[in-house]
Ligand binder design. Structure first.
Ligand SMILES: C[S@@+](CC[C@H](N)C(=O)[O-])C[C@H]1O[C@@H](n2cnc3c(N)ncnc32)[C@H](O)[C@@H]1O
Length: 385
C-alpha cells in the first residue's frame, strides 16, 4: 500500500501491482473513453490473431475451451477481442464437423482494475446450440465469464487449464520501476527524468534487465498454465530503434512533453526535484531482438510469428488541425494510462496541475504530435514446444 512519509506518498516498488490500473469508470479521462486507438490497432491486427487460431489443432469438443485475456482493463476492447476469438473458433469447430464445445473466458488484470465497469458491459449469457444461433445473436455472449485478479508476472491459473492466452497493449508494463533507477547513489539514477526515453545508458540497462526478468517470469508462468496444443497471441508496445533510450511513440507520450510538464512544476516550486526523480513510468517498449532473446533463452515456446507492426497514433481526433483538441487528447491519453500512478505520487490537486501543463505543452506542439506520434507494436504468436 502507499504510505505517507512527510508530505510524500511513497509507493514501495513491490507494491506497484497493488496500485497500477488504467483510469476506471466512464469519465472523460477514463481508459474506457480513451482506448479507441487501441481498439483500432487491435482491429488492424485481427488477421494475425485469426492466423494464430487457425494454426492450433482443435481439442476434443467435449472439453471446455478456455480463453484468457491478460491485462484486459475495463473498456469494451477486451469484450470485442474475446468475442472475435470465440466466434472464430466456433466456425472452425463447425468446419471440422463438430458441435462447438462450451467456452469459458477469463478476464484477468491487476486487482485494482475496475472489474465492475467491465462486468457491467457484459451482455447476457445466451448459450445456444447451432452455429447460426451462436453467430447470429449479435450482442449475445456465448461463453461463461470470470474475472481473475492478479499480476501476469505470477501464476494465475491451474496447470494445463488454458487453451488460448491473449494479451494486448499490456506486456510493456514492467512489474516495477527498476530499483537502481530510483537510487540516487546508483549510476542508473534517472535524475531529472521520469522515463527511460533520452535517459543514460545505465538507466536503459536497468530498464532492459527488468524487462528481461519480467518477461521470463511471464513466459514460465504461462508455460505451466497452457494446455497441450495451446497458443498465445501477444501484442505490446515495441520500438524500431536498436537504442532503448529511443522509445519512439512511447517516448513522446511518457517522455518529452510529459517530462517538461513535470519540470514546469519543479520550476514553479510546486514539486520538489527529488520527488519528480522518484516518479518513473514502469514501461519498456522492446525491440524485436529484446523480445526474441527472452523467448529463446526461456525455451518453453516456439515462435510461430514475430513482427513489428505499425499501429499508428494513440490519439483519436475529430479535427487534427485543432491544436486545443490535440493537446487535450494527448493529456487525456496519458492520464488514462498513468494517471492513477501520478495521483498516488502527487495527490489529486498537483496531478491536475501536471496534466494541465501537459495539455498546454501538447497544444503548443500539436502539429509535431499529429505528424510524429506513432506507436509500433510487437506482435507475437507463440505455442508450447
Ligand atoms: C493499456 S491497458 C490494455 C487494455 C486492453 N487489453 C485493451 O486492449 O484495451 C493495459 C492493462 O495492462 C494491465 N497490466 C499492467 N501490468 C499488469 C500486470 N503485471 N498484470 C496484469 N495486468 C497488468 C493494466 O492494469 C491495464 O489494464
Amino acid at each position: 500500500m502507499a504510505t505517507l512519509q512527510g508530505d510524500n506518498v511513497v509507493v514501495p516498488q513491490m507494491k506497484l501491482e497493488r496500485l497500477l490500473s488504467m483510469k476506471g469508470g466512464k469519465g472523460e479521462t477514463s481508459y474506457a473513453n480513451n482506448s479507441q486507438a487501441q481498439a483500432r490497432h487491435a482491429r488492424s491486427m485481427l488477421h494475425l490473431l485469426e492466423g494464430t487460431l487457425d494454426a492450433m489443432s482443435l481439442p476434443p469438443p467435449t472439453d471446455t475451451f478456455a480463453v484468457a485475456d491478460l491485462g484486459c482493463s475495463c473498456g469494451g476492447n477486451t469484450l470485442f477481442i474475446i468475442d472475435v476469438i470465440i466466434k472464430h473458433l466456433i466456425k472452425r469447430f463447425d468446419a471440422s464437423g463438430c458441435a462447438p464445445p462450451e467456452f469459458q473466458a477469463f478476464f484477468s488484470d491487476l486487482p485494482s482494475n475496475d472489474f465492475n465497469t467491465l462486468f457491467q458491459l457484459l451482455s447476457p449469457l445466451t448459450i445456444k446450440g447451432s452455429l447460426e444461433e451462436c453467430l447470429a445473436a449479435d450482442g449475445a455472449r456465448s461463453y461463461y465469464a470470470a474475472g481473475v485478479p492478479g499480476s501476469f508476472y505470477r501464476r494465475l491459473f491451474p496447470a494445463h487449464s488454458i487453451n488460448v492466452f491473449h494479451s494486448a497493449f499490456s506486456l510493456h508494463w514492467l512489474s516495477q520501476v527498476p530499483e537502481s533507477v530510483m537510487d540516487s547513489k546508483s549510476p542508473a539514477y534517472n535524475k531529472e527524468r521520469v522515463f527511460i526515453h533520452g535517459a543514460s545508458v545505465y538507466t536503459a540497462q536497468a530498464y532492459k534487465q527488468q524487462y528481461q526478468k519480467d518477461l521470463a517470469v511471464f513466459l514460465r508462468s504461462r508455460s505451466h498454465e497452457l494446455k497441450t496444443g495451446g497458443s498465445m497471441f501477444l501484442v505490446c508496445l515495441g520500438r524500431t530503434s536498436v537504442d532503448p533510450t529511443d522509445q519512439g511513440g512511447a517516448g513522446l507520450l511518457f517522455g518529452t512533453h510529459f517530462e517538461d510538464a513535470w519540470n514546469d512544476l519543479v520550476e514553479e516550486g510546486l514539486v520538489d526535484g527529488q520527488k519528480r526523480d522518484h516518479f518513473n513510468i514502469p514501461v519498456y517498449a522492446a525491440s524485436l531482438q529484446d523480445f526474441k532473446e527472452v523467448v529463446e533463452s526461456d525455451g518453453s515456446f516456439s515462435i510461430n510469428k514475430l513482427e513489428i507492426f505499425r499501429g499508428g497514433s494513440p490519439l483519436v481526433l475529430n479535427r487534427p488541425d485543432d491544436a486545443a483538441e490535440v493537446g487535450r487528447a494527448l493529456a487525456n491519453s496519458c492520464r488514462a494510462v498513468c494517471g492513477v500512478l501520478v495521483d498516488a505520487h502527487l495527490g489529486d490537486q498537483l496531478s491536475n496541475e501536471l496534466f494541465d501543463r501537459l495539455e498546454r505543452r501538447a497544444t503548443i506542439h500539436a502539429r509535431e504530435l499529429v505528424e510524429h506520434l506513432q506507436f509500433f507494436h510487437i506482435v507475437a504468436s507463440l505455442s508450447l514446444r
